[in-house]
Design a binder for this molecule. Structure first.
Ligand code: GLP
Length: 244
């Protein structure tokens, strides 16, 4: 779906998420959301906060799983995805704290595999993700599934691509300060979501969006795996769609 601008697109994605939450509420069930960080989903979260504050949308029955976190990373650090999510969404809505899940950047290396397995199990224990929202990195990563990621990969520790670290350098005051690793849900984890929405805005994403949608499916560009899914939607603004 191509929208005139990211505002209109973000409103639609927020409405879709709100309708899942309400549907589940009516049935007395939990809505399980897979969430993303980065600049791309900020307006979606802003609209969800507005729906909460102005239209009474409640998040009491919502459980969230974030895609990824840098490793190592303290949750109190400004650049952590924990801070990002608190600032953009969680601090402004009525979600119970224990319903929020974000990969733990403070683990010792030997604790990471068990944590990752537990993350997968926890998602399954809630019946799987009802919806996963995604951005896309310029390497074609989804979450932090960099080139080379397998289509059936699960939650795991990964090494960040040089371009990804360069793109993050502004937040960290220099590329040398960007962690070299991250914990991310896998491509396989993302694929299990009942619905997947990948959002991309601006001209700087046009090239990778074209490759993701029209390119050959390959581990070189993990977002191309989404071509294999029948429940994925790309939500774009005109600039991101300009090369299609
Ligand atoms: C980071 C995140 C991804 C995100 C990507 C794009 O690498 N881990 O989940 O999609 O950045 O970021 P932005 O939305 O700021 O362009």
């Amino acid at each position: 779906k191509v929208y005139p601008d990211q505002d209109a697109a973000s409103l639609d994605v927020a409405r879709r998420i709100a309708s899942i939450i309400k549907e589940k509420q009516e049935k007395g069930e939990t809505a399980v959301l897979g969430l993303a960080t980065g600049a791309t989903p900020i307006k979606v979260y802003k609209e969800l906060v507005r729906l909460h504050k102005e239209e009474g949308l409640s998040f009491k029955n919502v459980v969230t799983f974030n895609l990824d976190e840098y490793y190592p990373m303290q949750p109190t650090a400004d650049q952590s995805y924990v801070q990002f999510m608190n600032k953009q969404l969680f601090d402004h809505i009525d979600i119970p704290h224990e319903n929020i899940h974000i990969p733990d950047g403070t683990l010792a290396l030997e604790e990471v595999p068990a944590f990752c397995e537990g993350y997968e199990q926890k998602i399954s224990s809630f019946g799987g993700l009802d919806i996963q929202v995604l951005g896309i990195g310029r390497t074609g990563h989804i979450g932090f599934n960099e080139p080379g990621s397998a289509p059936n990969s699960g939650t795991r520790l990964v090494t960040l691509d040089d371009l990804t670290r360069r793109d993050a350098s502004r937040d960290f005051g220099g590329k040398e300060n960007v962690p070299t690793k991250a914990i991310t849900m896998g491509v396989g984890t993302i694929f299990k979501a009942k619905e997947i929405i990948l959002m991309a805005w601006n001209e700087k994403k046009a090239e990778i969006v074209k490759k993701a949608i029209e390119g050959e499916i390959s581990s070189d560009i993990p977002a191309t795996y989404l071509q294999l899914s029948d429940h994925v939607e790309f939500v774009l603004d005109q600039d991101a769609a300009s090369l299609l």
